[in-house]
Design a protein around this ligand. Structure first.
Ligand SMILES: Cc1ncc(COP(=O)(O)O)c(C=O)c1O
Length: 364
């Protein structure tokens, strides 16, 4: 037991990822797939996930350094830079590496216009603000931006028109109808194969099904974007199992406080388990008492405060687990959606925050 004890690690199940890709392909029904791998593939490890996605139509990341990491690792397929370049100096780098920028404001457009001596022409995406009011050109600017892009000698092919929905995770929300109506208007004269609107939620709820290029992120990793649902409800499989060893089991008397701040004490004599994971690993510091932790077929409540390297779980009066057992913080036995709900956050945040010191073990 002792020599197999490890601190925190995450197993990344690539079979589950392949399964999810096939579910997404089916849902996409022939539309092209831009798999979203930003933030280290939502904490799952950029390169290994990209290698499994090699057969899909394109990969989307948020930062130039992520795109270059992919190229340096030999990923040769199309890569889309979702927020485009942040300075004109990045434009030649994108051209030389065949990275496709999203143009989302007129400032970027002018910088691209002024770019000279690019080694290769660029495929570009044009982002339209249909109502989220974060990134994107105004609907009335679309045609003039589009014409300027098409006229640039270093832009190849037709720009792909894209937009992002603010409320796709609430499919009946009025905002979706408004944004879709605006998108329909501005794309009316453009080929459908050059349009893109759906993230995971829109894809799974069939919002905007007529537009090509779906952009799934969360669903690739087997997680549901909808409140109250889990990936299983969509026949998806969790890719990440975040785990840690139970490194100590103690008997604690009623009323004896446990952990920082002496914030929790059992009402009656109990066993506690100390699990080797904490906020230094990305486990949420604000996880409240009662947040579930799974060990040996059962969920136990987290008690006391989350520390940098440890959490405590209340095992009750009858001990049914052993020192060295593996606890699951989220994964196949305990959906990350349920943990996120208990913590008052979203699964995206939990997955992205898994710290670098957590070893990723890939199961092929
Ligand atoms: C522009 C864009 N498209 C698609 C996605 C993927 O969204 P999801 O992970 O909800 O599928 C994101 C993620 O935030 C995004 O920013």
């Amino acid at each position: 037991m002792a020599d197999t004890m490890r601190p925190a690690w995450a197993t990344i199940n690539l079979q589950a990822l392949r399964h999810n890709i096939s579910v997404i392909r089916e849902r996409a029904g022939g539309r092209r797939i831009l798999g979203i791998l930003k933030a280290n593939a939502y904490g799952h490890g950029l390169i290994r996930i990209a290698q499994v996605l090699a057969g899909i139509d394109a990969i989307g990341v948020a930062r130039v350094d992520e795109a270059l990491q992919l190229r340096n690792a030999g990923i040769s397929g199309p890569i889309v830079l979702l927020e485009g370049f942040f300075s004109p100096e990045q434009i030649p780098v994108l051209a030389a590496s065949g990275i496709q920028p999203v143009i989302h404001n007129v400032h970027q457009l002018t910088q691209l216009e002024q770019a000279k001596n690019l080694s290769d022409p660029l495929q570009v995406w044009l982002k339209i603000d249909t109502g989220m009011h974060r990134l994107g050109v105004e609907p009335e600017e679309v045609e003039s931006c589009y014409k300027r892009l098409v006229a640039m000698p270093h832009v190849t092919g037709l720009p792909i028109l894209m937009s992002h929905l603010a409320c796709a995770d609430e499919p009946k929300h009025e905002q979706n109808r408004k944004q879709l109506a605006t998108f329909a208007e501005v794309t009316a004269e453009h080929p459908k194969e050059n349009t893109s609107i759906a993230n995971s939620a829109a894809l799974l709820a069939a919002v905007g099904p007529e537009y090509d290029w779906v952009r799934p992120g969360l669903s690739l990793y087997g997680v549901s974007p909808f409140s109250g649902k889990t990936g299983r409800d969509h026949h998806l499989q969790a890719v990440m199992n975040l785990q840690a060893s139970v490194i100590s089991i103690r008997r604690i008397k009623a009323g004896e406080p446990v952990g920082y701040g002496a914030s929790w004490a059992p009402g009656k004599d109990t066993y506690i388990g100390i699990v080797a994971i904490g906020y230094g690993d990305g486990y949420p510091r604000h996880a409240p008492e009662g947040t579930p932790v799974w060990v040996r077929g059962k969920c136990y409540p987290m008690v006391g405060r989350v520390a940098m390297d440890m959490i405590t779980i209340d095992l009750g009066a009858e001990l049914t687990i052993n020192l060295g057992d593996t606890a699951q913080l989220w994964g196949t036995e305990l959906p990350v959606e349920e943990v996120a709900a208990a913590v008052g956050t979203i699964p995206y945040e939990l997955l992205c925050n898994v710290a670098r010191r957590v070893q990723l073990d890939y199961l092929d």
